[in-house]
Design a binder for this molecule. Structure first.
Ligand code: SAH
Ligand code: SF4
Length: 367
């Protein structure tokens, strides 16, 4: 008879220091009797030199390196596939724990490079034109999984001499429904000990969660993009259902105040161009009324179609006419270039691979 093997005790899980921002690392090092400057050193090793192995951190005393190796680890997600578009856009499929897959996109432009980062697997807010929303919500990313996308991209881009100058939180998910991890990750994007990006070049995009936007304004200096998509409540309720909780008068009031201490900064309003739905001159005029007296800029996004959607992209001429109406009213208005089209869409139109785990939950909007 075969001898039954003795039951193995599960190993205690190690503390993932990749999941900690600067303040959390300072507390961690204090808790093990170490000086706060270890936090700075660790961030520099990990995010500036790409080192995640404590034994290689040569300015740490040997004893500390040994202790960290035993008790802690630095784990980021891994790239499972890289897709390159003809226009140079790179898309990485990234595997998280439990096999979830997210997408991160890099868009090269002359003299700059923008990384489009995901904050959730799926999204619960179900905007009617959004492929991510159509998949339902699966789970929030951890801070290590959010900053891990920047870490992985940096490792890939550096050898190719491709710059990473901008980050937009416009991938899969609603970052303000994953508030603390998103804010912590952005603090490392800005930190001189990590990525040192300018606060003007890290942008959080939200569908308009009013209470969380107010909190964000107090905690983080990053740029703000608001997904508007309609000039009135009745249309916005259909396109962006969260509008029923936070209607335009409440949303515009926060936007109006958002950069009140920095007169030169503007909120960016995103507006997806849906053929025959929100792209008519009357909608542009409604938008002018809505933005009156505000420090605002508008980014028109040609709709990126996906299988199963009934929407179509507005014709080029319609987008141009819409833009001209806004420009003539002195509203800075740009049209987003469609990038990475041959690889299934670029930023803000990510599909992911979570269809095996569809789960739509009631959004926890009243945080
Ligand atoms: N949840 C956040 C950020 C992720 S979506 C938000 O809604 O702002 C990033 C941007 O892509 C948003 O402006 C969103 O409205 C836009 N978007 C989503 N699906 C799109 C599609 N199929 N075509 C064009 N833009 C889309
Ligand atoms: Fe979620 Fe943004 Fe997509 Fe709306 S547009 S479903 S908020 S990811």
């Amino acid at each position: 008879m075969a001898e039954s093997s003795p039951q193995k005790k599960p190993l205690p899980s190690k503390h993932n220091l990749g999941d900690a921002d600067y303040n959390q690392l300072v507390s961690f090092f204090a808790s093990i009797g170490e000086n706060r400057f270890r936090a700075q050193q660790l961030l520099q090793w990990v995010h500036q030199r790409g080192i995640t192995n404590f034994t290689s951190m040569t300015d740490f005393p040997k004893k500390l390196r040994e202790r960290l190796s035993q008790e802690a680890e630095i784990v980021f997600p891994e790239i499972v596939m890289t897709k390159t578009s003809k226009d140079g856009t790179l898309k990485w499929l990234i595997r998280l724990s439990h096999g979830d897959i997210i997408e991160t996109v890099y868009i090269p432009e002359p003299k700059r490079g923008t990384l489009c980062v995901s904050s959730q697997v799926g999204c619960s807010l179900n905007c009617s034109f959004c492929a991510t929303g159509k998949q339902g919500f699966n789970r929030n990313l951890t801070m290590a999984e959010i900053i891990g996308q920047v870490w992985l991209a940096s490792r890939e881009l550096e050898p190719q001499n491709l710059p990473l100058t901008n980050v937009v939180m416009m991938g899969m998910g609603e970052p303000l429904l994953n508030f603390d991890p998103a804010v912590s990750a952005m603090s490392l994007m800005l930190s001189d000990y990590a990525y040192g990006l300018s606060k003007y070049r890290v942008t959080l995009s939200t569908s308009g969660l009013v209470p969380q936007m107010k909190k964000l304004g107090q905690l983080s200096p990053v740029a703000l993009a608001v997904s508007l998509h309609a000039p009135n409540d009745s249309l916005r309720n259909v396109l962006v259902p969260i509008n029923a909780h936070y209607p335009l008068n409440e949303l515009m009031a926060v936007c109006r105040d958002y950069f009140k201490d920095e007169p030169r900064r503007k909120v960016m309003f995103e507006y997806v161009m849906l053929d025959g739905i929100n792209d008519q001159p009357e909608h542009a005029k409604g938008l002018i009324k809505l933005l009156k007296g505000m420090k605002a800029k508008v980014n028109l996004i040609p709709f990126n179609p996906f299988i199963g959607t009934a929407y179509q992209t507005s014709p080029k001429k319609v987008i141009e006419d819409f833009q001209n109406i806004l420009v003539n009213a002195n509203i800075i208005t740009t049209v987003r270039k469609t990038r990475g089209e041959d690889e299934g869409g670029a930023c803000g139109q990510l599909v992911g691979k979570v269809t095996d785990k569809i789960r739509r939950v009631k959004p926890d909007v009243k945080q």
